[in-house]
Design a protein around this ligand. Structure first.
Ligand code: MLT
Length: 323
């Protein structure tokens, strides 16, 4: 009888210290958000702003780890293989929906390796050049790229990065040729554009707006349907010969597959609060973007967006070259 009682007590204690207790206490140590691109770039900027606000809500440090390379597919792979306990997360963008067709030998399937936490923001992109490029506007730039400037250098964060995706779409739409120069993120690529070592980039306003305003780089066009408030003088690509051109970089937070629902909901609630933080809203606005609404910063909204983007890019990039 005594033994039975002791066994029952032990079973109860095990249940309390098992997964449900761990989830109830979550988080009880620092959470790491892995950004699969170099520090100082656009994904890093978004992640650090959100992490700081989530830290306040979660009551634990939220650390950023930058693992750049292969367009973000390397770092995302680290998260795909991480323990699904809510302590390792991925913050990246539209690129995650393009890794499948661009890297057929990837050791994980992006559509199956992650559980959604929520969408974060949707960032416009800009076609920008080194400040001493002679072309005065985007029409002159395309003319130059079809003649003397054929094969101009174009900095990207590698195959799978949204900067690379923009370049691919642009070369097709405008009938131009570019020589891609890959970096571990567009943070370092921007340093080289400012320094005049490369000619062009297509990158998010979170990385270009300040440099444009400081006159360090030349803005040619924005990639959204409408002009954007912080750069009203810059035309849309749709105003030029590439009529239907449109791309932006939606960002999201994912967890490794198998992360408990309760933890993801807690993270989503924290993300929603972070995105309402006036400091986050103000910093995003200064960089040309805005947080998504609370109903989009949810696992369900990200699931929907991710699935439709996987299908869209799966078709569009089915025959893409990975060079
Ligand atoms: C990209 O091109 O995908 C991003 O700019 C990567 C980054 O954050 O550096």
């Amino acid at each position: 009888m005594k033994r039975l009682f002791a066994t029952a007590l032990m079973a109860a204690a095990t249940m309390l210290s098992g997964p449900s207790m761990a989830q109830g206490n979550y988080p009880n140590k620092p959470v790491t958000i892995l950004v699969p691109a170099a520090a100082g770039g656009p994904s890093d900027t978004v992640a650090r702003l959100v992490a700081e606000a989530m830290r306040v809500d979660l009551g634990q440090q939220v650390l950023i780890e930058n693992v750049g390379g292969a367009g973000g597919s390397l770092g995302a792979g680290r998260v795909a293989k991480a323990n699904p306990d809510g302590y390792t997360l991925l913050l990246y963008h539209i690129g995650v929906a393009t890794f499948g067709p661009l890297y057929p030998d990837l050791p994980y399937k992006p559509g199956e390796a992650f559980d959604s936490v929520g969408l974060v923001t949707d960032v416009p992109m800009t076609l920008v050049g080194r400040k001493d490029l002679a072309a005065a506007d985007v029409t002159a730039l395309f003319t130059w790229l079809k003649g003397e400037g054929k094969g101009a250098t174009f900095g990207t964060a590698g195959v799978g990065a949204v900067s690379d995706l923009c370049g691919r779409l642009l070369t097709d739409a405008a009938g131009i040729e570019l020589t891609v120069v890959p970096y571990k993120g567009t943070g370092p690529a921007m340093n080289d554009l400012v320094g005049g070592q490369i000619d062009l980039m297509c990158d998010q306003t979170t990385n270009t707006a300040n440099q444009i305003k400081a006159g360090e780089i030349k803005p040619y066009a924005v990639t959204t349907k409408e002009r954007i408030a912080i750069l009203p003088q810059v035309p849309t690509l749709a105003e030029t010969s590439v009529k239907d051109f449109e791309i932006s970089a939606w960002h999201a937070i994912w967890a490794p597959k198998g992360t408990p629902e309760a933890i993801r909901q807690k993270l989503a609630a924290s993300l929603q609060k972070a995105l309402k933080d006036p400091k986050v809203i103000e910093r995003f606005a200064a960089l040309g973007t805005a947080p998504v609404s609370a109903d989009m910063a949810t696992p369900a909204a990200l699931d929907k967006r991710f699935q439709s983007e996987l299908a869209r890019w799966g078709k569009l990039l089915a025959n893409a070259s990975t060079k």
